[in-house]
Design a protein around this ligand. Structure first.
Ligand code: NDP
Length: 246
């Protein structure tokens, strides 16, 4: 099966930014999308708007730190659309600050959402993929895991842990059932950095994002590119960043 049309795609973190853009892009190309996040008002509005444009979309309240919520997301895809072809494990938070500030609660929150949340998605989706004989895991990691910069150690660490888990899973799954893709965006103009706790860091990264950031639609197109490949072609790692990013 190649192309996006007709695929069933569940997306975490679909209420804004990259996840929302991916939902619109994939639905526009004929995928049925199952949207998960905590802000259900935004998810419902997005699903409604996709349906109004003739697409297929379902929305449900998902907190990726809760394993059961990922099980519900996968189950809903199968109940509503008969199967799950792709899980885009995209939900993430960036509480950027120097390690020495010892913001332990922020470290825990990033580990819970960015790492544990993706692992919960793998745990929920893999049994379904194995039963179906095929499936595709796409994760949104980051260029900050590729180039170490001050202030992003724990954030980058969670992203690199996901990259590592996916690569190990890929090597463990050479029977042709599973495709894995790690998308590494650079600066993208979204709400991500509005939640940075440290005011100085927040102002700095907000400036960088508004000056350099590319649109989330660019990452959405990269996600669609990975998904549209024929079953025997796996896009493993994709980096997508502003041309001017150092
Ligand atoms: P946004 O803040 O716009 O989106 C983050 C999404 O994650 C929201 O939909 C949010 O939904 C969801 N989310 C956060 N916590 C949870 C949770 N506990 N359970 C479920 N969903 C959750 O930022 P982006 O679109 O930029 O971020 C998307 C991904 O891209 C993240 O993983 C981020 O790390 C990654 N990324 C972003 C870059 C950028 O420059 N913007 C660069 C590199 C990677 P809600 O609050 O409604 O639950």
């Amino acid at each position: 099966m190649s192309g996006v049309d007709g695929k069933i795609v569940a997306i975490t973190g679909a209420s804004s930014g990259i996840g929302e853009a991916a939902a619109r892009e994939l639905a526009r190309r004929g995928a049925a999308v199952v949207l998960g996040a905590r802000r259900t008002d935004r998810l419902d509005a997005l699903a409604e708007s996709i349906r109004a444009d003739g697409g297929r979309a379902e929305a449900l309240d998902v907190d990726v730190t809760r394993r059961d919520d990922l099980d519900r997301l996968v189950a809903r895809s199968v109940e509503r659309f008969g199967r799950l072809d792709v899980l885009v494990a995209n939900a993430g938070i960036a509480r950027i600050a120097p390690v020495g500030d010892l913001d332990v609660d922020d470290w825990d929150a990033m580990i819970d959402v960015n790492l544990r949340g993706v692992l919960h998605g793998i745990a929920a989706a893999l049994p379904v993929f194995r039963e179906q004989g095929r499936g595709h895991l796409v994760t949104t990691v980051s260029t900050s895991g590729l180039k170490i910069v001050p202030g992003q150690a724990v954030y980058a660490g969670t992203k690199n842990a996901v990259r590592t888990a996916l690569e190990a899973l890929r090597q463990e799954s050479t029977d042709g059932v599973l495709r894995t893709t790690s998308i590494s965006p650079g600066f993208v103009r979204t709400e991500l950095v509005d939640h940075v706790t440290d005011p100085e860091q927040r102002a700095q990264v907000q400036r960088t994002m508004s000056e350099l950031g590319i649109a989330p639609e660019a990452v959405a197109r990269a996600i669609a590119f990975a998904i549209e490949q024929p079953d025997d072609v796996e896009i493993g790692d994709l980096t997508i960043r502003p041309t001017t990013q150092g």
